[in-house]
Design a protein around this ligand. Structure first.
Ligand SMILES: *[C@@H]1O[C@H](CO)[C@@H](O)[C@H](O)[C@H]1NC(C)=O
Ligand SMILES: *[C@@H]1O[C@H](CO)[C@@H](O)[C@H](O)[C@H]1NC(C)=O
Ligand SMILES: *[C@@H]1O[C@H](CO)[C@@H](O)[C@H](O)[C@H]1NC(C)=O
Ligand SMILES: *[C@@H]1O[C@H](CO)[C@@H](O)[C@H](O)[C@H]1NC(C)=O
Ligand SMILES: *[C@@H]1O[C@H](CO)[C@@H](O)[C@H](O)[C@H]1NC(C)=O
Length: 389
């Protein structure tokens, strides 16, 4: 073995060891220092709606949108987000995915999250919830902005992940939307599940994070190079759906038990879960049905609405001529909460209000795909309204 060969081998080894140490540190710091989601808004929120005791109650207009903003692989993020801000006037609550931040050694080195939160505040979205920034890598990319107070924010990090998502701290965020002191709250969840189209090979044990990390790094990085997010992604997504449901069961279960003790505005009247599930109802029917069973009694609004039989295309990829690129990934799942303890209000979906649609870029030069949209995803809007019980 000659000198230059052995010194380059040494370099490769040193680099691998450094990387592993980094990974280890990242996992250790993230598990030993659980962080809370950041919530903002005036400390004693003015209740924005003057709910008349007579007459119709107002509908709440929701938008959920994957804005396509990863640290690596996207361009003109700021321009496209600026365009989004020009569209948001008519909504009350907006849930976004892929508003990623990138952190190195606990310092955010990249991202448009703060900028976007400020622009949204200028548009009247006084309240927001974001997931914590990790010690290393991308955060979950989630953001909820709202014109009405968001309370009891929760960050639920997923314990199960695969492949390239080792660099992205996927999870979901929840908060209760409080629209007036006479109405019960609506629990809103926003999530972005594991990426990738991989087959189910076996289920990954959540606790084996270090094995998964090694496996993910050495095995899956190569598959990422050919545009995959890892090979176990279907089972990972299903397990993430289960984690969401477990969380909802626990929090909602507790709330319902003490509902009769709570003030009107502290009660719970509905649950809305939105986001990019990365489960393609068009091409992965079995995976979709499994998620649908787990999420029950939450109901898929697009399916309930018979919008393309629940298979509305919400993702067109960068290349719209590639038929595989037409996928249904974005959803809104909803359930009313009715119980005897519920004093006088609950939430219902406003029939006919859901639709999936593209948002055009204001300047074609940075529009995405053939349609020149501002993201590779389409947006999903819907309305939920409080009703007197
Ligand atoms: C709310 O409605 C009441 C009764 O109609 C009215 O007197 C009051 O001025 C309204 N408050 C606001 C802030 O609009
Ligand atoms: C709910 O009940 C309380 C008193 O029990 C009442 O003040 C309030 O106006 C009611 N809200 C609605 C929306 O009917
Ligand atoms: C989804 O779940 C609901 C409730 O369990 C069921 O009625 C419906 O048929 C399911 N839809 C599909 C496509 O599996
Ligand atoms: C788009 O997809 C088609 C079909 O897979 C392929 O032939 C074409 O080269 C792709 N175009 C681009 C710009 O990637
Ligand atoms: C679109 O962007 C290009 C490049 O920045 C610029 O030259 C052009 O004037 C812009 N068009 C419009 C309509 O703003």
């Amino acid at each position: 073995m000659n000198d230059s060969r052995s010194s380059s081998m040494l370099l490769v080894r040193a680099a691998s060891v450094a990387l592993l140490l980094l990974l280890l540190l990242a996992v250790i710091t993230s598990t030993c220092c659980p962080s809370r989601p950041r919530v903002s808004g005036p400390s004693s929120p003015p209740l924005a709606v003057n709910v008349s005791q007579h007459g119709p109650l107002p509908s709440l207009r929701f938008l959920t949108f994957n804005v396509y903003g990863p640290f690596s692989g996207s361009s003109n993020v700021r321009e496209r987000l600026s365009d989004l801000v020009r569209y948001v006037g008519k909504y009350d609550v907006i849930a976004m995915q892929e508003v990623f931040t990138m952190s190195v050694f606990g310092v955010v080195i990249w991202g448009h999250q703060r900028w976007l939160v400020d622009r949204m505040r200028e548009q009247g979205f006084t309240y927001h919830v974001v997931p914590p920034d990790p010690w290393f890598g991308q955060n979950a990319g989630l953001l909820i902005v709202s014109r009405f107070p968001l309370t009891e924010a929760v960050w639920l990090p997923y314990t199960d992940w695969s492949g390239i998502d080792m660099w992205t701290w996927k999870g979901s965020i929840f908060a209760d939307l409080e629209i007036s002191d006479r109405l019960s709250r609506l629990k809103v969840g926003n999530t972005h599940l594991q990426c990738g189209k991989g087959r189910t090979l076996h289920s990954i044990q959540p606790r084996n994070w270090w094995l998964m990390g090694l496996e993910a790094f050495f095995l899956h990085l190569s598959s990422y190079a050919v545009n995959s997010c890892g090979i176990y992604t279907r089972s990972v997504r299903q397990s993430q759906v289960s984690e969401i449901v477990r969380h909802i069961r626990e929090t909602v279960g507790l709330k319902l038990q003490e509902q009769h003790l709570l003030c009107d505005r502290c009660k719970l009247g509905g649950i809305l879960l939105v986001g990019d599930l990365n489960i393609d109802a068009r091409h992965q029917l079995k995976a979709y049905q499994a998620a649908n069973r787990t999420l029950n009694p939450l109901e898929d609004i697009l399916l309930a609405e018979q919008i393309s039989k629940g298979q509305a295309v919400s993702f067109t990829d960068r290349n719209a001529t590639d038929i595989i690129g037409f996928e249904s990934l974005d959803y809104a799942w909803f359930s009313s909460v009715r119980s005897q303890q519920l004093a006088n209000s609950s939430y219902v979906y406003v029939s006919g209000s859901a639709q999936v649609f593209g948002l055009k870029a204001f300047n074609e030069t940075y529009g995405v795909g053939e349609n020149k949209f501002i993201s590779d995803h389409l947006a999903l809007e819907l309305q939920i309204k409080p009703v007197n019980a």
